[in-house]
Design a protein around this ligand. Structure first.
Ligand code: SAM
Length: 275
């Protein structure tokens, strides 16, 4: 037991494992995440609808959505993509959760807005070309390692038209101060979030001070299997994200408080990058 607990408490090397696909696509978790997206009382997967409306208003006022080609990366159940399309944009949504894309397609057909949805991993799939706008909303750059971020940022830079903009939000370095290391353990931890079957789970929170990264490492123990989810979060300063964008070939970088400041569990800021 002592050896096992020692192993469980080990601090993983920063960004050593990527399990986002499990978190978003394992069938039980994909359903849970979809419910979180739609539930107005939790900010775990998405903002509440008034906040989404505010962000979309801001994007529309800043860039004019009508007639623009917009690629929404990590579009989830289409909460943004649908609104972009209703304002006249030609929208391509990409997400690796087929569960969320199914939902997005349903609300798209109810609203009769033509949107191209693609079930794919945006780190590896080719992106549509000559986009006027690419959005990556709700801090989706933050779970990625520095190498994955450079891969994605470089792809996004190449997919933009000459005057195209990349609009996204990130967790602010200010929020990193609030991260405390700790451990919790329980039967059916997080109210059955991790499995429909009986299970035990550990949640171990680590800080990586040199890198400004946090990790929530979940270890789920079911009768016949034990599995892990690693939730990494990179926290950014304006200078650190500017540096990464410049490295990926972006020429202009601006920051905005017009959106991204309303995520109640973590302070965020918005970024607009262009050629
Ligand atoms: C935090 S949610 C945000 C969803 C949406 N942007 C919103 O704010 O409502 C992250 C979404 O990105 C998707 N996602 C995460 N990593 C991805 C990847 N590498 N490729 C494709 N989709 C990804 C997840 O499935 C999930 O739907």
């Amino acid at each position: 037991m002592y050896q096992q607990l020692t192993k469980i408490h080990q601090r993983p090397e920063v960004f050593s494992v990527y399990t986002a696909e499990t978190l978003w696509t394992e069938p039980h978790l994909a359903n849970q995440m979809l419910q979180f997206h739609l539930n107005q009382d939790t900010v775990l997967a998405s903002r509440p609808v008034e906040a989404i409306d505010r962000v979309v208003d801001w994007i529309d006022q800043s860039f004019g959505l009508k007639g623009k080609s917009v690629c929404d990366l990590g579009c989830g159940p289409g909460l943004y993509a649908n609104r972009y399309a209703k304002r006249g944009a030609v929208v391509h949504g990409i997400d690796f959760s087929s569960n969320s894309i199914d939902y997005a397609q349903k609300i798209g057909s109810v609203d009769a807005v033509p949107i191209t949805y693609q079930v794919a991993n945006y780190l590896t799939a080719p992106l549509p070309e000559q986009q006027d706008l690419v959005t990556l909303i709700y801090c989706d750059l933050c779970p990625l390692s520095p190498i994955q971020r450079q891969t994605l940022l470089t792809k996004i830079r190449r997919t933009l038209s000459a005057s195209g903009k990349f609009v996204f939000d990130v967790c602010s370095i200010d929020a990193f101060e609030g991260v405390c290391e700790g451990v919790s353990f329980g039967r059916n931890h997080m109210n059955g979030f991790w499995s429909a079957r009986d299970y035990f789970a550990f949640q171990l929170t680590f800080r990586y001070d040199n890198e400004a990264v946090s990790l929530d490492h979940f270890i789920v123990i079911e009768e016949d299997r034990t599995w892990d989810v690693y939730n990494w979060l990179q926290y950014f300063s304006p200078d650190s994200i500017r540096g990464e964008l410049k490295q990926a070939g972006f020429g202009t970088v601006e920051f905005t408080e017009g959106f991204g400041v309303d995520r109640s569990d973590v302070a965020t800021f918005g970024v607009v990058a262009g050629a």
